[in-house]
Write a protein that binds this ligand. Structure first.
Ligand code: SAM
Length: 380
């Protein structure tokens, strides 16, 4: 063991778990050193300085430097990464990414607030990832969040082949995609399997008519198409690259019961009036603005798989961060939005929530939620 000065936050023990969860979520918690317990306080070692926004959320934590015992062995797990096909993507927190930006390109900036000693070599880490995962041929790091209408992110390749196209395997399917040109999130694999098996277990013998309103490269559509070969899926996406790969993926997975459409769903929904038994709305930040389209396209009775982002922050400390808080809020908002949207389309609706769950964390105290709702509609 060696000793090294690292950035850290000091927090009272009673707030420890809350703070740990926030730091983990933002990829700030260093795995180079262990959390230190001293008297009434815990000291969490960090990769870098948290952004002002995170410091505001961690309002009881004090940001400081202190000495930690660190493992001398190179730990590739210091920074979380995800693997998509044969590409590893380093999940750097925004603050770390900006500090390490120059480091990655081998010009160490003097005005960085992190001492050279506590920096981690990105290229060393990339090499270690490739040693550990023999199938990984490219290591990239994200240099932006998921942005814009197409929900894409910018990446920089830091090791291996110069490409961003790959084939990812998920739940027995193969998805070809360019991770810079289209949205893709491997962490949604369980959710996609859940929906595909819900369709397979409830679809009538003759299959369902399904609309995947924001289909991307077809991760939901293709898994459903495979599990329910008699169903017909209309898969829509505004991003031409997403539809290009969706069509490639239909061939790769040998499914023909999907109609892929490159369009803004708001321009074509009238063509599908009263068409769908089931609709998937996987655009969590904006789903609520497309409910008029969804209700119009749904048959008199149908199911909507609705994804949304909701906060679980509350003044009540006992309830703060609990998924029940976020779910209750999301249900209330959905009811208001859907009634308004339906009425603007000339329908009355009655809605039952079949299931509501946390799909994954989004930011401190905030989750991406999945709400499955049964809708009955009638003309006003
Ligand atoms: C969060 S991604 C979901 C992709 C896919 N469902 C998945 O699980 O990987 C949202 C997708 O919606 C598409 N999109 C955004 N606005 C749209 C619109 N108005 N009409 C159709 N597609 C849209 C984006 O291009 C993006 O591919």
């Amino acid at each position: 063991m060696a000793r090294k000065e690292l950035f850290c936050v000091r927090v009272e023990k009673k707030h420890g778990e809350e703070v740990r969860a926030i730091l983990r979520e933002h990829a700030l918690l260093s795995t180079e050193a262990r959390v230190v317990s001293e008297g009434d306080f815990l000291f969490f070692p960090l990769f870098g300085k948290p952004s002002d926004e995170i410091m505001r959320i961690l309002n009881r934590a004090v940001f400081m430097r202190r000495m930690f015992e660190v493992s001398e062995e190179t730990s590739v797990m210091r920074i979380p990464y995800e693997i998509i096909g044969d590409i590893a993507v380093l999940q750097l927190s925004d603050s770390y990414a900006s500090v390490s930006d120059s480091y990655a390109s081998d010009s160490i900036s003097d005005d960085s607030e992190i001492s050279d000693d506590s920096k981690i070599s990105i290229s060393e880490m990339a090499a270690e990832i490739m040693r550990r995962h023999k199938h990984v041929k490219v290591v990239a790091m994200k240099v932006s969040g998921v942005e814009g209408v197409f929900r894409r992110r910018n990446l920089r390749i830091i090791a291996g082949e110069q490409r961003t196209e790959t084939v990812h395997r998920e739940n027995g399917c193969r998805f070809k995609l360019d991770i810079e040109k289209v949205y893709f999130n491997p962490k949604l694999a369980t959710e996609r399997a859940r929906i595909a098996s819900a369709v397979a277990s409830t679809a009538a013998a003759e299959g369902e008519r399904i609309i995947d309103m924001f289909a991307g490269v077809g991760c939901f559509s293709i898994q459903i198409a495979k599990c329910s070969p008699k169903s017909i899926i209309i898969a829509i996406d505004i991003n031409p690259d997403a539809i290009f790969y969706l069509r490639e993926n239909m061939k790769l997975n040998k499914v023909s019961n999907i109609v892929a459409i490159n369009e803004n769903v708001s321009n074509i929904y009238n063509q599908f009036e009263n068409f769908a038994d089931r609709i998937i709305m996987n655009l969590p930040r904006e789903s609520h603005t497309f409910l008029k389209e969804a209700v119009t396209m749904l048959k008199e009775r149908g199911i909507i798989h609705y994804y949304t982002i909701e906060s679980a922050y509350t003044e009540d400390r006992a309830m703060r961060g609990r998924k029940e808080v976020a779910i209750r809020r999301a249900e209330q908002k959905l009811m208001t939005h859907i009634e308004k949207a339906a009425s603007s389309a000339g329908f009355d609706v009655s809605v039952d929530v079949i299931d509501a769950r946390k799909v994954r964390p989004y930011s401190p105290y905030t989750f991406i939620l999945g709400l499955d709702i049964a809708v009955r509609k009638s003309c006003v």
